[in-house]
Design a binder for this molecule. Structure first.
Ligand code: NAD
Length: 234
């Protein structure tokens, strides 16, 4: 029998226990910066050096940390289900945790992109991207990140995956960033839905919805156990 389709929508909270701070952690600042300065097209226009340095520091940090048990559970679920990750995270901890199908809705930290041609995307070797680093057409490279106020190119495939999910797990996201926050509304009524978060976000009361308050590692363990108990009936 074909494996059931399981979709995981993850956010910054799944990487928190690995040591990467979440965005909305405390004061509306992201690692001490106003997001408008470091994660918008306007910020890039005003001060590209600051933006490049901000992402250089994020890359440096990402190289120092390792995936946690929640990332590993996402990968282990592939043994039982046809798993697709939709992540809002720009780190590569799902890849390093062993997951194979990952859609990065908001871009990837370890890729750079031409400012002249958005189709020119490059894998990065190390952590540094600087002014003067150019694409093959001679234009400045920028981080391959979907900034606030930019379109989300992969939202349509993400919606299509959500519509087909038999099981949908939301983990570690405040559901404050649209259009990602809307994806749960595309999941069929009959599908099983789990929301795992330290501070559970508000989601409309739906059929087959399980809210699990707690850390991503312990919450995902509960999801795994629940799914394995019910597997025969799914
Ligand atoms: P967010 O910061 O808005 O929300 C994080 C959520 O994680 C909150 O609901 C919080 O309660 C929860 N959380 C914190 N620690 C947790 C833990 N240990 N276990 C479970 N839940 C925990 O993050 P978001 O919803 O992903 O949106 C922020 C945006 O910022 C995203 O678009 C993302 O691209 C970007 N961002 C990415 C990273 C990353 O790649 N790791 C980190 C910070 C921000």
């Amino acid at each position: 029998m074909a494996k059931k389709k399981l979709v995981i929508l993850s956010g910054a909270g799944i990487s928190a226990e690995s040591g990467i701070p979440t965005f909305r952690a405390s004061d509306g600042l992201w690692e001490g910066h106003d997001v408008m300065e470091v994660a918008t097209p306007q910020g890039w226009k005003n001060n590209p050096e600051l933006v490049l340095e901000f992402y250089n520091q994020r890359r440096k940090r990402a190289l120092e940390v390792v995936p946690n048990r929640a990332h590993e559970i996402c990968a282990e679920l592939e043994e039982y289900f046809d798993v697709q990750i939709i992540t809002q995270n720009v780190d590569n901890l799902h890849e390093r945790g062993g997951s194979t199908n990952i859609l990065h809705l908001h871009g990837e930290l370890f890729k750079s992109r031409s400012t002249a041609d958005p189709n020119l995307v490059y894998e990065m070797d190390g952590w540094e991207l600087n002014m003067g680093d150019l694409c093959e057409k001679g234009s400045q490279l920028r981080p391959h990140i979907v900034w606030f106020n930019e379109a989300v190119p992969l939202i349509v495939p993400a919606m299509e995956l959500s519509e087909k999910a038999d099981i949908f797990i939301v983990v570690g996201t405040s559901l404050q960033v649209y259009p990602a926050a809307d994806l749960i509304n595309y999941v069929p009524e009959t599908s099983l839905k789990f929301v795992v978060d330290l501070n559970l976000p508000a989601v409309p009361d739906r059929k087959n919805l399980f809210m699990i308050q707690g850390k991503a590692t312990t919450g995902m363990q509960k999801v795994l156990e629940t799914l394995l108990e019910r597997k025969a009936h799914l």
